[in-house]
Design a protein around this ligand. Structure first.
Ligand code: ADP
Length: 336
């Protein structure tokens, strides 16, 4: 596959005390972050936390209330969308229905006054990149959902952006296609070498795709880092709960996050002080693992994930008492 974008143009993107206000609502609160050049970043958080506002400010589709956005050494805060070196991939339903695939991809070039033959050639290169050359003459309505998304991607990439912005690009797809397109996005980012900034509320999606995850909550960045670091050592209770798969223990001197799969489940009592006991409330079989919900008294409801082999060696009944322990290195202190 050919490299269609000049890697020398790929630069880091920085948010410097970037703020978005809508009237009295502060949607994004003076956030700072440096998106490394050529990486796949996911902005992750619940609905309303400010992800889309952040992305739209980067794209230039939303005015920045305060602070700056830098691309390399250029301050792009107030530049129009087409002059920033960024491009937004819009949802597939934003394709123009009355013109064919190649004309959709070439559209921004047409607006710039690029010669017809030149823009058609460029559009075909982009269609090749997303494996859609054979569909160049079709109308969007004659394509599947996944194919329409590839066209939407080609349409965004034709401007040769340094940073591609994607707002929940997989949310309209069925689960099977979502996982397939997810792999394709990652492959495309790797091949092009440009930066992708992808907004999602799905933890799985962020863990699978990102080189860096930026977890947002209430207009702020709670934690940013490599997926493994964020998952393994969440810094706050919010991150531990939102990223999933964690218990938060609160009764000790310091709240602790403990991965559900690092909680060791014993069917027989352990010496006092080495375990907490609890009653099994629920057992959920998930194929390779089995999840136990456990009423652990003062610690509330905890979740332990066991391998299927371990569980079925001596199955645990709902209502039985189990003893939970963990290695000290698996417990991560949370900020108060
Ligand atoms: P997310 O993408 O994480 O769901 P948004 O950036 O869309 O979050 O929204 C962040 C906050 O800003 C929310 O409280 C939302 O209601 C508010 N908001 C977003 N867009 C507008 C707007 N155009 N006018 C007023 N408030 C808005």
């Amino acid at each position: 596959m050919k490299q269609t974008i000049d890697t020398a143009k790929i630069q880091k993107l920085e948010l410097v005390a970037t703020t978005k206000r809508y009237g009295d609502t502060v949607a994004v609160k003076a956030i700072n972050h440096s998106f490394k050049a050529g990486t796949y970043s996911c902005l992750l958080g619940p609905s309303g936390c400010g992800k889309s506002s952040t992305l739209r400010m980067i794209a230039g589709h939303e005015h920045v209330s305060e602070g700056d956005i830098l691309l390399g050494s250029a301050n792009i805060t107030d530049l129009p969308p087409s002059a920033r070196g960024t491009a937004m991939m819009f949802q597939s339903y934003a394709l123009f229905p009355h013109i064919n695939v190649v004309e959709n991809v070439a559209f921004s070039q047409k607006m710039k006054g690029v010669d017809k033959a030149v823009r058609a050639k460029k559009a075909m290169e982009l269609l090749d990149l997303v494996d859609m050359v054979g569909y160049a003459d079709r109308l969007p309505a004659q394509l599947s959902g996944g194919q329409q998304q590839r066209v939407a991607l080609a349409r965004a990439l034709i401007t040769e952006p340094s940073v591609l912005l994607l707002d929940e690009p997989l949310s309209a797809l069925d689960p099977f296609l979502r996982i397939k397109m997810r792999a394709e996005l990652k492959r495309l980012q790797r091949e092009l070498g440009i930066s992708f900034i992808h907004v999602t509320h799905s933890q799985d999606e962020a863990l699978a795709l990102a080189d860096d995850i930026i977890v947002m909550n209430n207009g702020l960045i709670e934690q940013a880092g490599a997926p493994r670091d964020v998952f393994n050592a969440p810094k706050t209770e919010f991150v531990a709960k939102f990223i999933g798969g964690h218990n938060v223990l609160k009764t000790g001197p310091q709240p602790l996050a403990l991965r559900a799969d690092r909680l060791m489940v014993s069917r027989s009592a352990l010496p006092a002080g080495e375990a907490i006991s609890g009653k099994v409330l629920d057992v959920e079989y998930l194929g390779s693992t089995v999840t136990l919900s456990i009423d652990a008294g003062n610690e509330g409801e905890l979740v332990a994930s066991m391998s299927d082999a371990d569980f079925f060696a001596s199955p645990i009944e709902i209502g039985s008492t189990v003893f939970l322990s963990w290695k000290p290195e698996d417990a991560h202190e949370l900020a108060a």
